[in-house]
Design a protein. Sequence first.
Length: 209
Amino acid sequence: MTEGHRPAAAEVFDAIGADYETAFAGSGAHLDSLNRLLGQLAPHSGILDVGSGTGRPTARTLAAAGHEVLGVDVSPVMVELASHRVPEASFRCADIREFPLEEESFDAVCVYFSLLQMSRDEQRALVHRLAGTLRPGGHLVLATVPLDVEDVSTVFMGQEVRVTSFGPEAFRALVTGAGLTVVHEADTVFTPSRPGAAPEPHLFLHCRR
């Protein structure tokens, strides 16, 4: 990834920075999802956090429970914030689509809302690849905004972005098509803590290899 070819998501989240954590820290469904995952993990599990943001709450919660967490985020600003806020985890600034990953190298992978600026083909390919990084019986946790939209222009926290997502059934099919089994799901509506924010649907899927 060169400076002249930075992904759009890098620029967006560099600009948003710590405000993202402030806006979404109140998501009870996100914390419930993390607690559910913690209840399934063996001690000292290896976990990949895709789109790790500021490191909170995901990396911090998992690392505080004694797990080995690697966060990967495309935004240098987010990686710097996370490295300071969650020093017990490791963070890398990289595009996950290009980041080297070994087969069967993680006990769990978390993907909280980090697919939305990828095309549908890229999302399918990445979920399939992430499924392959799981050890047998490993866990993949995904969260998305389950809307049937493709390359739609919108404004997110003051930044212009292009968003692609799947409706609920298509998102489940994406996961099962990667060879995973959905063992739990949660649908909720969350309003970010930000002036003028509108309620948005959130879908959490807990899957096993």
